[in-house]
Design a protein around this ligand. Sequence first.
Ligand code: ISJ
Length: 384
Amino acid sequence: MSLDTFAPGGSPAAAEPVRRDPDFTMTSGRWTLRAEGGERAAPAFADPDAAPELLANLRERERATGRAHVLYGMIPFDLSEPADLRVTDRAAWRPRSVEPAALGSAGDPLPPEDSPAYRSIVADALERIEAEEVQKVVLSRTMTLDLGPEHRAEAERVIAERLAASSRRADVFRVRLADGATWIGASPEIIADVSDSRFLTHPLAGSLPRVPGGLDAAQAAARLAGSAKDLHEHRFVTRHIVQALEPLAREISAPEEPELFGTDAMWHLGTRIGGRLRPEVSALEAALAIHPTPAVGGAPTQPALRMIRELEGSSRGFYSGLVGWTDSSGNGRWSLVLRCASLRGDALTLYAGAGVVAGSTPSGEHAETGAKFSTMLRTLEGLL
Ligand SMILES: C=C(O[C@@H]1C=C(C(=O)O)C=C[C@H]1O)C(=O)O
């Protein structure tokens, strides 16, 4: 098998040229994966055979073509719903680049929408936490905007370029799915980054808005480290991940205390959990073992997922699901679909959620979700 294209972690990539505007791009760290083509698979990963079958198909395709391929796409929040994955026809890694035109374009964000309905479901959740139905539940809201029809054609590219410029530490993705939607976002949260069986997962939970003239890094770190509510919210996540990975890992190291992590719009508590997977475990399988963590679901997981469905009233689809890729050696990267929007026709829907625990308030979570919208809202100048 020829490894034609240089890529992160020695991952193979096919050498054929990829169109300038491929169906899938994902920028992580110093690299952008551009992928296109391939037959679509729509497995529901609630079926434990789904991942091994897909990985077998990937290897089969490599045998048939004599070159390297990558499995890529999106996995929904709810694993009983179908994913949208493909084995590449063509893929290429490029060094991360920022379009000069996008630099400096991230202006003041548009104001987030007020949502009394969101405050009301947070209040309901707080009562149910008080009644000990769950300990944590992450509730989200959406905000839909109409793109001006004259901007529709350029909007995807402009938003993605602006995100790449404003969110240098994020995994910036743009994915066209079979159902006609395009998802665009700047994920701050890695679920599984795997290279030669070494893994990293970087959960975030416990947040403060980051606004110009507001708290600086030291102040935000002190505020979050002193907040029993945020530490409590965070611990559910790290505990869940360590437990879920234990059967798949040879070695796991997780620091006791979280650290500050900043995005363009937020301060978060984050924990870098790393180690070594058993050699047969792929990035896809590690990600599926962890997902959905209490950073986007809740604790305990199943009652929290039922409560989310009930209180949010509709499926999240791919929001707070996974976006990423895996190669046939098990290397890969899967990140959470956050700080994102889906585009259908002229309708751009933004998504944001926040963890509710004892001590949360409806107005606090409303403000937090508003701040999370601003990563996307900042990219829309001149497009509405
Ligand atoms: C759910 C979202 O973010 C998640 C929730 C967080 C929190 O509740 O503190 C922090 C980071 C993410 O894990 C979102 O951005 O929509």
